[in-house]
Design a protein around this ligand. Structure first.
Ligand code: AKG
Length: 273
């Protein structure tokens, strides 16, 4: 097995940046879809997309956005990241080989919005863990955060603590910040803000300590986040991918949203290999 520089940086820091991952045409389609999305009240539905601001401080979140139209479907197995994710969190080469998207949402951050810092290897959560064993990446969850707008200073950019996916403990002063959301303006030692151009992607293991700085600029930051994990996962908030969506996807994309065949009453297929 040979690894490239992005694999090396992912292992070392817990994240990597894929520059110009989304081409300008696709980016324009995604932004157009954002513009056309109806104004939804909190918890309101549009088709199989729900506005569910998971963290009210961070801004508006449109959950299950893969159901929001073709531009979002094209992201499922995007060539800029799909093979890397298969390697990192798709149990590649094992009897449970395959990926699943367990959460996907569009995020709009306006002035004053921020995301309190959270996560970190010290929690030892199985679902989002970072693992590299005997030359195999076996991570639990890897996120693809796609910038739909430029994200520079004051725009409410993502914060990461490089290397924190491997941390075993938190010093008291970091724990105090981490647990007290009032302290959000004080960044933990080692935290950096990631700046992206529209079309760039931040790929990071969810065990990495992360969050986002407060947006102080006017206007809005737009991002789309797809969280991938092994094919045996389940959706985080209980969303079900619709039959309509599954029917129109390519087999490669469908497989990332639902493993078929399902063993429904009356079906007969073997399990011997
Ligand atoms: O919005 C961001 O930049 C960070 C998002 C985040 O921390 C999360 O989804 O867990």
């Amino acid at each position: 097995m040979s690894f490239d520089t992005l694999d090396y940086l992912f292992d070392l820091r817990g994240y990597a940046i894929l520059r110009n991952a989304i081409d300008p045409q696709h980016l324009a389609e995604l932004n157009d879809a954002f513009d056309k999305f109806p104004d939804l009240p909190y918890m309101g539905w549009y088709g199989n997309v729900q506005r569910l601001d998971n963290n009210g401080l961070a801004g508006l979140e449109l959950q299950n956005i893969v159901e929001g139209g073709e531009p979002f479907e094209k992201l499922i197995d995007h060539p800029a990241w799909i093979n890397r994710l298969h390697l990192y969190c798709g149990e590649k080469g094992t009897y449970v080989d395959g990926l699943f998207i367990d959460e996907c949402f569009a995020s709009v951050r306006r002035t004053g919005g921020f995301f309190p810092i959270h996560s970190g290897g010290q929690n030892a959560i199985v679902r989002n863990q970072y693992r590299m064993i005997n030359g195999n990446f076996r991570c639990g969850q890897v996120n693809i955060l796609m910038a739909m707008t430029d994200i520079g200073p004051g725009d409410g950019g993502t914060l990461v603590v490089p290397g924190s996916h491997k941390s075993s403990f938190l010093p008291d002063e970091v724990r105090a910040l981490y647990q007290n959301r009032e302290n959000y303006k004080t960044l933990p030692e080692g935290a950096i803000e990631v700046h992206l151009k529209a079309g760039d992607v931040l790929l990071f293991v969810d065990a990495l300590m992360h969050g986002a700085t407060e947006r102080t600029n006017p206007g809005e930051r737009r991002a789309v986040i797809y969280r991938y994990g092994p094919m045996w996962s389940k959706t985080r908030h209980g969303f079900e991918y619709s039959e309509e969506l599954l029917a129109r996807l390519t087999p490669e994309r469908r497989k990332i949203l639902r493993q078929d065949p399902r063993r429904l009453p009356g079906t007969q297929f073997g399990v011997l290999h």
